[in-house]
Design a protein around this ligand. Structure first.
Ligand code: TXA
Ligand code: MG
Length: 344
């Protein structure tokens, strides 16, 4: 398939991309979280193309993206709690799961009675949805099993030749996918942590339950609230080991253990010089400062993709905290590491 590349500069550049969505085609577009692989959410044939282009199992449902919160009632059954959360967190990196209306075909929602709905903040995403005049179903625009794409190079590598249009929107601001909550009458259940934190929702007086799959991997056959949690995710080619310790102990451990020299460490900025001095042969990647979880979120998927290009025998990275945005990093990193954690 011939893929057209749009370097977004003026809004009219999006007219063609919007036309392609309206006519059942596939468009990769930037959002503030990660790039999305979009099609008309109400068009079954178009949605099936998304699953094919990504290599995604058809029982793993998609998020539908709308431009205005006031459109939500067209597609889902809303309630008071939805409007309380939407007022504060939408548009933004926040996705809600609610009972679906008939207009959303079964294949978009993976056969479920509910559908996930998000109103992105990114200007290009919003214009594309407005101009196409339909809700856009979009998973992250990576091939199934790769880290979500946060830069244009990533979507070019994964999706060129598989979609009609790639829109170049530069780097995604946040770099981790949206927070997902299932909304019930009086409480929400966190299905996937992201930039909008549990603490922020609790500040609104909302009761937040946390799905068990947020902090651990799902075992085979276990029932899950979010089908995506069943699948292996974000795995780099080299084994990733999370380290719950300080950098000095890690450096001693590596120098005493019999690793070959083709090792990488993802380290906090403050630790880079120490690692380079102690283990000059090691490849070090800068994860941002220790308490700067926003930079770490922005960097994580890029670093995982970068390390994939070098065939390391093992990669070490710090185990993040489980507070605030740390929980989103923790959730993505324990999956990437298949829960390999060393504590020293
Ligand atoms: O930031 C984001 O959310 C990005 C951008 C493109 O918007 N999208 C994204 O989509 O991350 P995706 O498909 O990669 O992840 C959506 C997750 C999947 O794990 C899926 O199983 C879950 O949401 N999901 C979708 N619909 C659901 C539903 N009705 N109930 C429970 N989980 C659902
Ligand atoms: Mg994804």
């Amino acid at each position: 398939m011939q893929t057209e590349i749009i370097n977004y500069s003026v809004p009219s550049d999006l007219d063609n991309a919007a036309k392609i969505i309206k006519h059942g085609g596939l468009v990769v577009f930037p959002t503030e979280t990660v790039y999305g692989l979009g099609a008309d959410a109400t068009n079954e044939a178009a949605v099936k193309k998304i699953y094919r282009a990504k290599g995604r199992p058809s029982d793993n449902p998609l998020i539908i993206h709308i431009a205005n919160i006031s459109d939500a009632d067209k597609y889902v059954y809303t309630n008071k709690l939805f409007y309380l959360l939407a007022e504060t967190f939408m548009p933004g990196p926040f996705t809600v799961v609610l009972p679906a209306k008939e207009i959303i075909p079964m294949c978009t929602r993976g056969g479920l009675k509910t559908v996930a709905l998000r109103c992105p903040e990114n200007n290009i995403a919003r214009l594309l949805i407005k101009k196409s005049g339909v809700p856009i179903a979009a998973p992250s625009a990576n091939l199934s099993g790769s880290p979500s794409p946060t830069r244009f190079e990533h979507v070019f590598d994964d999706m060129n030749g598989r979609v009609d249009v790639l829109i170049d929107g530069g780097e995604c601001d946040i770099g981790l996918e949206s927070t997902i909550v299932k909304i019930d009458d009086d409480s929400v259940t966190l299905l996937r942590p992201g930039k909008i934190t549990i603490e922020q929702m609790e500040q609104l007086g909302v009761k937040v339950n946390v799905s068990s799959s947020v902090k651990k991997l799902v075992s085979k056959g276990e029932a899950v609230l979010s089908p995506g949690m069943k699948y292996k995710h974000y795995a780099p080619k080299a084994p990733l080991i999370l380290v719950d310790s300080d950098i000095k102990k890690l450096v001693t451990y590596i120098s005493e253990a019999e690793f070959d020299k083709n090792i990488a460490i993802i380290a906090y900025s403050e630790e880079i010089d120490f690692v380079k001095e102690s283990l000059p042969y090691i490849h070090v990647y800068d994860f941002g400062k220790k308490h700067d979880t926003e930079t770490q979120a922005h960097m994580l998927f890029k670093l995982l993709r970068d390390t994939d290009e070098k065939e390391y025998s093992v990669i070490f990275a710090p185990l993040p905290s489980e507070n605030g945005l740390g929980l989103a990093l923790y959730n993505r990193m324990i999956r990437a590491a298949a829960h390999k954690i060393i504590r020293m």
